[in-house]
Design a protein. Structure first.
Length: 279
């Protein structure tokens, strides 16, 4: 199988990486998991690991169901590259309810007549559709279970670059030790771009949902027409009282359907970076 493997949150994960445990033997090291976002930072993180002789045991990509087409293509390309250099393939996980039904963020917004939570100033969309599916997968992954049983923690690598140190959160919790290698290496965005070029990989576009309220006017206009229409359909379907639309202060409909309005819209909202952004 090539490309990013399609695995739901409710599925049974395999063991794609090096297991630090064999029957009857004690765990001697912590499993390493990369949270892969499909963008510049997390791609550069993988390249940097290869250059330093480090190997992840598991690479997870959480698919909200609303990623841009280029993100899916890039993730498949990087997954093939990973396997070519001896890394595990990228495993794709998705949010699923208790019955095992996969639910996309877009469908949840449509059924709930709402917009992504970041539009209202919250970040629960990235928590629910990105972090939780990854954590649930890891909870069913044999190397993690063995490490926890031995009193060790899983190491989770997150690709915030050196200019994003404010985004780096806690260092550890009950189950994980969190590392931010790009910050540790001092890699800013330019160095991340250079690392991807050194590896001979294509440069990814911005990784974010096509309907992300943090999109710029240029990004909204650059969407394929069918995705623009889907975003407008979500906006029209939502029952809004406190905001005007996906643009918070204005509806995306006005941006998409007014060719002469370029530069007119006010994007000067307080910065509310979501957990999905990956360069």
């Amino acid at each position: 199988m090539t490309g990013a493997d399609q695995v739901t949150e409710a599925g049974q994960p395999g063991s794609p990486g090096i297991v630090c445990l064999s029957d009857g033997l004690a765990v001697t090291s912590q499993p390493v998991v990369v949270a892969y976002g499909g963008g510049t930072n997390s791609t550069a993180l993988l390249v940097g690991m290869l250059e330093r002789g480090e190997r992840p045991d598991l690479i997870l990509f959480a698919d909200t169901g609303g990623e841009k087409p280029g993100t899916y293509t890039h993730t498949a390309t990087v997954s093939d590259w990973c396997m070519s250099v001896g890394f595990p393939r990228i495993e794709t996980v998705r949010y699923a309810n208790k019955a095992g039904q996969v639910i996309t963020l877009y469908d949840k917004c449509i059924s709930g007549k709402m917009l992504p939570s970041i539009a209202y100033g919250f970040k629960s969309c990235s928590e629910k559709w990105k972090r939780r599916p990854q954590d649930r997968y890891v909870s069913q992954w044999a190397p993690a279970q063995a490490a926890w049983a031995a009193g060790l923690k899983v190491v989770k690598l997150i690709g915030y670059d050196a200019d994003e140190d404010r985004r780096a959160g806690i260092a550890e919790d009950a189950q994980y030790t969190y590392r931010y290698p790009l910050i540790q290496w001092g890699w800013d965005r330019d160095e991340c771009v250079a690392a991807i070029a050194r590896a001979g990989l294509p440069q990814p576009g911005k990784s974010a949902c096509f309907f992300c309220p943090n999109s710029t006017e240029a990004e909204i206009r650059a969407l394929p027409p069918e995705l623009q229409e889907k975003a407008v359909a979500m906006e029209d379907n939502a029952e809004l009282t406190t905001i005007a639309g996906l643009g918070r202060r204005f509806p995306w409909r006005d941006v998409i359907r007014s060719e002469k309005a370029q530069g007119r819209f006010d994007f000067g909202v307080p910065e509310m970076p979501c957990g999905c952004f990956d360069g």
